[in-house]
Design a protein around this ligand. Structure first.
Ligand SMILES: Cc1cc2nc3c(=O)[nH]c(=O)nc-3n(C[C@H](O)[C@H](O)[C@H](O)COP(=O)(O)O)c2cc1C
Length: 149
């Protein structure tokens, strides 16, 4: 099954996570797509979507992720049958705004009928954990869940 790793970034961490996942699973058919280059039509139910998305601006989506979110919301396609997983990059020092961008994107995909699979992954910048390693481990859990279903 084709996998699309779709990332929304402002300062490059989500992109590094996406590229790290593609490199770590060479036997998977993986396309890495920047939300900045994507339109709502990117969501193809024949593919599995791994979404890595940061939060910026005090609880907001990164700029281009916001555009894709809003275009998708306006187009409102029926995403029933589409499977996706979510990985949020944020910083808990933003408290209640922690990871709000990824949660916002997740809520829209669910509202349009898509189904989230595997764990909701996260990277908290304040932890100083390696975001790429965490993203690769998360993708492994998602692949395992999808393969078992
Ligand atoms: C100006 C600015 C605002 C931020 N606002 C939030 C926020 O509201 N919530 C949050 O969880 N993280 C916030 N962050 C932390 C980023 O989400 C975190 O650094 C993330 O790893 C960045 O990912 P990126 O490099 O892919 O853009 C903010 C970071 C900056 C620089």
């Amino acid at each position: 099954m084709r996998t699309v790793v779709l990332y929304g970034t402002e300062s490059g961490r989500a992109e590094a996570v996406a590229l790290g996942i593609a490199k770590a699973y060479p036997d998977r058919d993986i396309d890495v797509v920047n939300m900045a280059d994507a339109a709502p039509e990117v969501f193809d139910s024949a593919a599995l979507f791994l979404v890595a998305c940061a939060t910026h601006g005090g609880g907001e989506l990164p700029g281009f992720a916001q555009f894709l979110h809003d275009d998708l919301e306006a187009a409102a396609p029926d995403l029933t049958g589409l499977r996706y997983a979510m990985f949020g990059l944020g910083d808990t020092s933003y408290q209640e705004k922690y990871n709000r961008g990824s949660k916002q994107f997740d809520a829209l995909l669910t509202a349009l009928g898509a189904t989230r699979v595997g764990p909701f992954g996260e990277h908290d910048e304040i932890s100083r954990a390696d975001h790429v390693a965490l993203g690769i481990a998360w993708a492994g859990e998602v692949f395992a869940a999808v393969d078992a279903s």
